[in-house]
Write a protein that binds this ligand. Structure first.
Ligand SMILES: [Cu+2]
Length: 459
């Protein structure tokens, strides 16, 4: 059992520098208090924003663990609503998954709940509420959970960028239109302020010759990030925390739908005094500069190290593709979908999206989409028959992304969330080795809240 540091060190760029893990200590739960807080999102001299936060900050405290060691985390709910915590990306026992209404009752105001699990996989993961998540995440709840490799690869700095956006009112307060129908039926709740580690992004200082490990996490409700590191050639070494064959991102763009993570090795190949932009190109007509990489006057060394960085594999079981059974999954809904099967029923219940023709109200006991046999392999054959993008997240497992639109996916990465563009099709293979009721949900939280959610039962 490791004791977890209360907060990350912050650099001038607002990037968390990972402190070394403390030595193992006695088993007492680490408290995580969900409560109202205030944060200067807009910067100095501007009104603070009333937010909901873990331990008073958004993102919440950086939780760190050692692979395979038991974590004990006590959620104390001081919010005016019930809540829960989902440990996104962690393969854990079903009762610890935090899918309130499905795997546990929500934790009432004033209540607490102990989450106890031993993360089997090293990597960049995260935690967030899974009860009224569209509102609670929009108000600020969420944070990173990093599980360290036994022998992390040598880098000069190991940094975390938690990216998200906020929809604010003129006075700096959170816009409270969480049940806005347009968000539910279109692309979800997009904000008007993007933050990096809870602040407006500023210059990002580096030194020539430096090698960085950059852990990116998209903690937004709905915003997609598509990052170009101008003048640099980052290598992707992990996706959703799972190691992958090191490779340049497709088209030099690092794409992160909500809930998704990417670990990059960024070699600082510029020269002292250089500036280089990191640009988000998701919304092609409105690209925006996230920040500038700014080189110090002094070099760290002549060149970044020449050796490649490769992360050790995690113990994810390999699906048996030859014997895998296909499970068709059809996503539909949103605007201009009234003629789809099940949509009239969904709309009558105030919902906007269906999975295989059925809309599931969130947080409600539901029939499984499919019942899977423990120890068997399955291929989720997913078709997005809507005009919108969906980051689809499976709880409790990591799957191999096998095909995209009928073509093999390079490196077949293990992931827990995939971004399906409009009309896209993907095949995801996994071994059902974790018994329980597992959500398969859209991580655009307004979509999930409006029906884009299903459950797979493994027994
Ligand atoms: Cu969606």
């Amino acid at each position: 059992m490791s004791r977890l540091p209360r907060r990350a060190l912050l650099t001038a760029a607002g990037a968390a520098l990972l402190p070394p893990l403390p030595a193992s200590a006695a088993a007492e739960p680490r408290r995580l208090v969900a409560a109202l807080a205030r944060q200067a999102l807009l910067g100095a001299g501007r009104p603070e924003t009333g937010i909901w936060a873990y331990d008073g900050t958004s993102p919440g405290p950086l939780l760190q663990a050692r692979q395979g060691e038991t974590l004990r985390l006590r959620l104390e709910n001081r919010l005016p609503q019930p809540t829960s915590i989902h440990w996104h990306g962690i393969r854990l026992p079903n009762a610890m998954d935090g899918a309130a209404g499905i795997t546990q009752p929500p934790v009432p105001p004033g209540g607490d709940f102990d989450y106890v699990f031993a993360p089997p996989d090293a990597g960049t993961h995260w935690y967030h509420p899974q009860w009224e998540a569209h509102e609670q995440v929009a108000r600020g709840l969420g944070g990173a959970l990093i599980v360290a490799e036994a022998a992390p690869p040598p880098v000069d700095r190991d940094l975390l960028w938690v990216l998200r956006d906020w929809r604010l009112q003129e006075d700096g307060g959170i816009a409270e239109d969480f049940d806005n129908l347009r968000d539910a039926h279109y692309a979800g709740r997009l904000g008007d302020l993007v933050t990096l580690n809870g602040r407006r992004a500023e210059d990002f200082p580096v030194r020539a010759g430096e090698r960085l490990r950059l852990r990116l996490l998209n903690a937004a409700n709905a915003r997609i990030f598509t990052l170009r590191f101008t003048g640099h050639a980052p290598l992707v070494v992990a996706l959703d925390g799972q190691p992958v064959e090191p490779h340049p991102p497709e088209g030099d763009l690092v794409v992160l739908g909500p809930g998704m993570r990417a670990d990059l090795i960024l070699d600082c190949t510029g020269t002292p005094g250089d500036r280089a932009q990191v640009v988000d190109e998701t919304y092609a007509r409105r690209p925006f500069r996230l920040l500038d990489i700014v080189y110090a006057a002094e070099r760290l060394r002549a060149m970044p190290p020449a050796d490649a960085v490769r992360l050790p594999p995690n113990p994810v079981p390999e699906p048996d593709l030859a014997r895998a059974e296909a499970i068709p999954v059809v996503l539909a809904g949103g605007m201009r979908s009234m003629l789809r099967p099940g949509m009239q029923d969904a709309r009558a219940r105030g919902l906007a999206w269906t999975v295989n023709g059925h809309a599931n109200a969130p947080q409600e006991r539901q029939e499984p989409l499919a019942v899977l046999r423990l120890g068997r392999s399955y291929v989720l054959d997913i078709r997005n028959e809507s005009a919108f993008s969906h980051p689809l997240h499976l709880h409790g497992h990591a799957f191999r992304q096998i095909t995209r639109n009928g073509r093999p996916v390079p490196h077949r990465p293990f992931r827990d969330t995939v971004l399906l563009g409009p009309q896209e099709r993907m095949e995801l293979a996994f071994l059902a080795d974790n018994p329980g009721d597992w959500m398969l949900q859209c991580q655009v939280l307004e979509h999930q809240h409006a029906g884009l959610s299903a459950m797979l039962r493994v027994e």
